[in-house]
Write a protein that binds this ligand. Structure first.
Ligand SMILES: C[S@@+](CC[C@H](N)C(=O)[O-])C[C@H]1O[C@@H](n2cnc3c(N)ncnc32)[C@H](O)[C@@H]1O
Length: 245
């Protein structure tokens, strides 16, 4: 369904799809209702940015960044996603939308998220779909890669993905358009890798719901809900799982 004016039919397909995706992106809707249905009690949202999913009254917001385009203006906790300054089992649910791909050590981060969840607590993940973003020509990240990362990565920036990321982007048929859009949002600094590392604007890993289901099963979690496409955010998918009792 297009929300663009009739003149949109004159635009090239790729541009029209891109604009439709932008319009659809933050319309509040079914995902917020799903979050309310599956996330009872008190929780935390990691990196809510400008578009939180967790109800403000019963959700703590955590972000490492408060002053860049994507950051959260007044988070309750200013902290790294993989080092949450809270006791074990503090929360009934943890929501993270478009955050895990920015964390270089996926399993370290997920272990931390599980630590702060109570047994039976809910992990609600919204993630960019590897076939429907600017990462669509990059290989999907395997569970074996995350296991290797956990064993070898330190807290130093993991630069090992840079070449593969740039190769993937350069294969995009409408890369010039995507590049302009990111420059509009972030400025030319976007193409400086040091800036990107400092601001955590790197997609280290690429996945679909299938790879994430494998990861949460590996962590012993029970799957609750999987959606390949979000109706109100077409570039994304959802995986919801519960921590073992
Ligand atoms: C792409 S934005 C997503 C914003 C919003 N959740 C959404 O769905 O549009 C990523 C968010 O996670 C935060 N973030 C990224 N990496 C982080 C990290 N390692 N630790 C804490 N917050 C991080 C960013 O500052 C930002 O608020």
């Amino acid at each position: 369904m297009s929300r663009l004016s009739p003149i949109a039919s004159l635009l090239p397909d790729s541009l029209r799809q891109h604009l439709n995706a932008l319009y659809a992106r933050y319309r509040p809707g079914s995902t917020h209702r799903l979050v309310r249905r599956l996330c009872a009690g008190q929780g935390i949202e990691i990196g809510p940015g400008k578009h939180p999913y967790g109800d403000r009254g019963r959700t703590e917001y955590l972000d490492k960044h408060t002053d860049n385009k994507d950051g959260t203006r007044s988070p309750d906790l200013v902290a790294e996603a993989s080092a949450i300054p809270r006791a074990d089992a503090s929360y009934d649910y943890l929501i993270a939308s478009h955050v895990l791909e920015h964390c270089q050590n996926t399993l370290k981060t997920l272990h931390e998220w599980l630590r702060v969840l109570r047994p039976g607590g809910t992990l609600f993940l919204i993630l960019p779909h590897g076939d429907r973003t600017f990462d669509r020509h990059r290989a999907k990240t395997t569970l074996a890669h995350h296991i290797e990362d956990l064993a070898k990565l330190t807290d130093e920036p993991d630069r090992s993905h840079i070449e593969e990321i740039e190769l993937g982007w350069s294969a995009n048929e409408n890369f010039a358009l995507e590049k302009r859009e990111y420059e509009r949002q972030w400025g030319a600094a976007m193409w400086d890798w040091d800036f990107r590392f400092a601001n955590d604007v790197i997609h280290f890993h690429v996945w679909t719901q299938d790879e994430i289901v494998e990861v949460v099963r590996y962590l012993g979690m029970k799957l609750v809900y999987v959606a390949e496409t979000m109706p109100d955010r077409p570039d994304s998918f959802i995986v919801v799982a519960r921590k073992a009792l």
